[in-house]
Design a protein around this ligand. Structure first.
Ligand SMILES: Cc1cc2nc3c(=O)[nH]c(=O)nc-3n(C[C@H](O)[C@H](O)[C@H](O)COP(=O)(O)OP(=O)(O)OC[C@H]3O[C@@H](n4cnc5c(N)ncnc54)[C@H](O)[C@@H]3O)c2cc1C
Length: 564
C-alpha cells in the first residue's frame, strides 16, 4: 500500500527498510515482498506519480525534468571549470519511481565488457555479463510497440525476455523517411556506422533501433511496474511518500563492526525513526545515498570531523568518484528539407491537441515515444593522438566511447542529433544542504577530445550520400570552427545526461578503497546494504537505468541474499 501520512502506517518496525523508491529501490521492494513473511517499508522523499500526466505520456517526459518543480530535487552543480565555470542544473527526480518516472526511457544495457570489468574489479564472477544476463531477462518484459508494427529485423528476440516486469518496446510510431535514411547510412558507411540488429546483445557498436521502457504507449517506470496493481496490494509492502531520510541513527560498534539502530526521516516538520530487524537498504541514488551516509558519519573521517560530524565509519570513498556522461543535446542540429517532421504538431495547437486526443483514446500516435528512432554507438579511432597520453577509459575494444542519438526531425525543421560520451569523473562532496555536486565535466584532456570527436562523427554520419537532398545546413557550422573555437562552444553548451554513478562504489572484499563489497553490504558495517547506481564501480557505456534497475538489484537478492 502507498501511504502519504506516517500516522497511517501500521508501525515503524519492519524486517527491511528501503530508502528511496527509484529504479533500484522498487525492484528490491518487489522481490523482497514475494516472501509473505518479510515486512518491508520503503521511505520516499518525493511525491506520488499517480495521475502525473507528464510522467505517463512518453512525449511529455521533458516537462518534469525542466524544473524547478515539485517533481525535482532542483539541484545545480558546483561551478564547473571545464564548462567555463558554469553551474548547471543537475536533474534528480523527486517522485515515486525516482528518475525512471521522469527520464528519457531509453533502454540500453551497455557492453558485456562493461560488466566483465565490474566482475574483475569486484573479484567476483557473479557480476559478469553472462552471470547478469538472466537478471536482465527477469526484469524485462519485451512488449509490442504501440502501433503493433512488424518488428522483424529491428531487434534480436534471443537477447530479450517477455516474462519480466518492466515493459520495453521499440518505437510506437513511424517516421519512414528519416528511418530509411538512417538505415541507408549503415549501407553507405558500413565500416564507420554498421547496422547492429540489437545493441543490447552485449556488443553495442553500430546503429540499432531504439528500445525504450515504454509499454502500451505509456511510460513503464519502476513505480508503475514493480509497484503496479499486481504487487501494491501485497499486505507486507508499505511505501511512505513525503518521507525524507536524513541519516542512520544509534550507531554501535562491536569488534570494529558498526550497526545502526534505525533510519531517521522527517515528514511534515517532525522527525521519526524507522527500524529494520534484518536490513536497512539504501537506494536514494548517486546523490541521495552518499549524502545520507555522510550525514550519518560514514565517510572520510578527516573531512567529516572538520565539519563537526562525528565519524562512525571511516570510508573515504563515500561521495567520491562521481561519474557521468556529458551531453551536447539541443544546442546544435541541422535544418532539413522535409515536411515529415514534428514541427506541425509543435507549432500548431490544433494538431497538438489531435495528437494528444489520439494518445488519450488509444495510446497510439506520435506521443507514444520520446522522439528518437535509433542510436549510433561508435569508438574513437584506435590510433587517435589522445591514446598517446591517456589510457583508454572504455572497458574494452567492443565498448563505445560515443553515442549519437538519432532524433526525429523536430523543432523548426531542425533534425537534431545529440551525442554524449562516456567518462567524466570526480566527486559529489561532503554533506551540506543541498549537497555539493561536482561531476568534473570536461575536466580531462580525454573528455574534451571525445567531445570534439563526437561532434565530428555526427557530421560524418550526415555526409552519407542519402542525406544530400535532405540536409539543408547545420544550425551551427561546427566543422568550420578552429579547435579553440570548437572547445569554447563545447564548454558553453555541455550539460549532463543525468547518469551519475559510482559515489558509493563496489570493490573487492580486500580492496583498500570502495564503499560496498560484492554482496553490496557496506564495508565495516552489519545490516546495511546499498543497491542503487552509486555502487556501480565503472559507469557502463550506456544510459544507466537498465544497469541499475536490472541486474544489480535482482542479483543482490537472488545470488547474494543469503543473509535474508
Ligand atoms: C533527466 C534524466 C534523464 C535520464 N534518461 C535516462 C534514459 O533515457 N535511460 C536510462 O537508462 N537512464 C536515464 N537516466 C538515468 C536513470 O534514470 C538513473 O540512472 C536511475 O534512475 C538511477 O536509479 P537509482 O535507483 O540509483 O536512483 P533514482 O532512480 O534517482 O531513485 C532514487 C530515489 O530516492 C529518493 N531519495 C533521494 N534521497 C532521499 C532521501 N534522503 N530520503 C528519501 N528518499 C530519497 C529520490 O526521490 C528517488 O525517488 C536519466 C536520468 C535523468 C535525471
Amino acid at each position: 500500500k502507498i501511504y502519504e501520512d506516517v500516522s497511517d502506517l501500521p508501525g515503524l518496525d519492519y524486517d527491511f527498510v528501503i530508502v528511496g523508491a527509484g529504479a533500484a529501490g522498487n525492484v528490491v521492494a518487489n522481490r523482497l515482498t514475494e516472501n509473505p513473511s518479510f515486512s518491508v517499508l520503503v521511505l520516499e522523499a518525493g511525491v506520488s506519480n499517480e495521475g502525473v500526466i507528464d510522467s505517463i505520456v512518453p512525449f511529455f517526459w521533458r516537462n518534469l525534468s525542466a524544473g524547478p518543480n515539485i517533481y525535482e530535487w532542483n539541484y545545480t552543480t558546483t561551478p564547473q571549470v571545464g564548462l567555463n565555470n558554469r553551474s548547471i542544473p543537475y536533474s534528480r527526480a523527486h517522485i515515486l519511481g525516482g528518475c525512471t518516472s521522469h527520464n528519457t526511457m531509453i533502454y540500453t544495457r551497455g557492453s558485456a565488457e562493461d560488466y566483465n570489468r565490474w566482475a574483475d574489479v569486484a573479484k567476483d564472477p557473479g557480476w559478469s555479463w553472462d552471470s547478469l544476463l538472466p537478471y536482465f531477462f527477469k526484469n524485462e518484459k519485451w512488449t509490442p510497440p504501440a502501433d503493433n508494427h512488424d518488428t522483424r529485423g529491428e531487434f534480436n528476440p534471443a537477447v530479450h525476455s517477455t516474462h519480466g516486469i518492466n515493459s520495453v518496446s521499440l518505437s510506437g510510431s513511424r517516421w519512414p523517411i528519416f528511418e530509411n535514411q538512417v538505415i541507408q547510412t549503415t549501407r553507405e558507411f558500413p565500416k564507420e556506422f554498421p547496422f547492429n540488429l540489437d545493441y543490447n546483445s552485449g556488443e553495442p557498436l553500430g546503429v540499432g533501433w531504439l528500445q525504450s521502457t515504454i509499454g502500451g504507449g505509456k511510460r513503464s517506470s519502476s513505480a508503475t511496474s514493480y509497484l503496479g496493481p499486481k504487487f501494491i496490494q501485497r499486505p507486507n509492502l508499505h511505501v511512505l511518500l513525503h518521507a525524507q531520510v536524513s541519516r542512520l541513527v544509534r550507531p554501535q560498534t562491536t569488534k570494529g563492526v558498526v550497526t545502526f539502530g534505525g533510519v531517521e526521516f522527517s515528514q511534515g516538520g517532525s522527525l521519526f525513526t524507522a527500524k529494520a530487524t534484518k536490513e536497512m537498504i539504501l537506494s536514494a541514488g548517486s546523490i541521495g545515498t552518499p549524502a545520507i551516509l555522510l550525514h550519518s558519519g560514514v565517510g572520510d573521517k578527516k573531512a567529516l570531523t572538520a565539519l563537526g560530524i562525528t565519524s562512525v565509519l571511516d570510508l573515504p570513498s563515500v561521495g567520491q568518484n562521481a561519474t557521468d556522461q556529458p551531453a551536447t543535446f539541443n544546442a546544435w542540429s541541422w535544418s532539413v528539407n522535409s515536411t515529415q517532421t514534428l514541427d506541425p504538431i509543435e507549432r500548431n495547437a490544433t494538431l497538438f491537441n489531435e495528437a494528444y486526443a489520439q494518445w488519450n483514446a488509444t495510446h497510439t500516435g506520435p506521443f507514444t515515444n520520446f522522439g528518437a528512432t535509433h542510436i549510433a554507438w561508435t569508438r574513437l579511432d584506435a590510433n587517435s593522438t589522445i591514446f598517446e597520453t591517456v589510457t583508454d577509459p572504455a572497458a574494452g575494444p567492443k565498448t563505445p566511447h560515443i553515442e549519437i542519438l538519432l532524433v526525429w526531425p523536430w523543432f523548426r525543421e531542425f533534425h537534431y542529433l545529440w551525442d554524449d560520451y562516456a567518462h567524466s569523473d570526480q566527486s559529489a562532496r561532503i554533506p551540506s544542504t543541498p549537497p555539493l555536486i561536482d561531476p568534473g565535466f570536461l575536466a580531462t584532456d580525454f573528455d574534451l577530445f571525445a567531445a570534439r570527436e563526437s561532434i565530428k562523427r555526427a557530421f560524418r554520419f550526415v555526409e552519407a550520400p542519402v542525406w544530400k537532398d535532405y540536409i539543408i545546413a547545420p544550425t551551427v557550422n561546427l566543422l568550420n570552427m578552429s579547435t579553440d573555437a570548437l572547445d569554447e562552444f563545447i564548454r558553453n553548451i555541455t550539460s549532463s545526461a543525468g547518469h551519475m554513478t559510482s559515489t558509493a562504489a563496489m570493490s573487492a572484499k580486500d580492496a583498500s578503497y570502495g564503499v560496498v563489497n560484492p554482496d553490496l553490504l557496506v564495508k565495516g558495517a552489519r545490516g546495511l546494504r546499498i543497491i542503487d547506481a552509486s555502487i556501480i564501480p565503472f559507469i557502463p557505456s550506456a544510459h544507466t537505468q537498465a544497469a541499475t534497475g536490472g541486474p544489480d538489484t535482482s542479483d543482490y537478492l537472488a545470488h547474494r541474499g543469503t543473509a535474508l
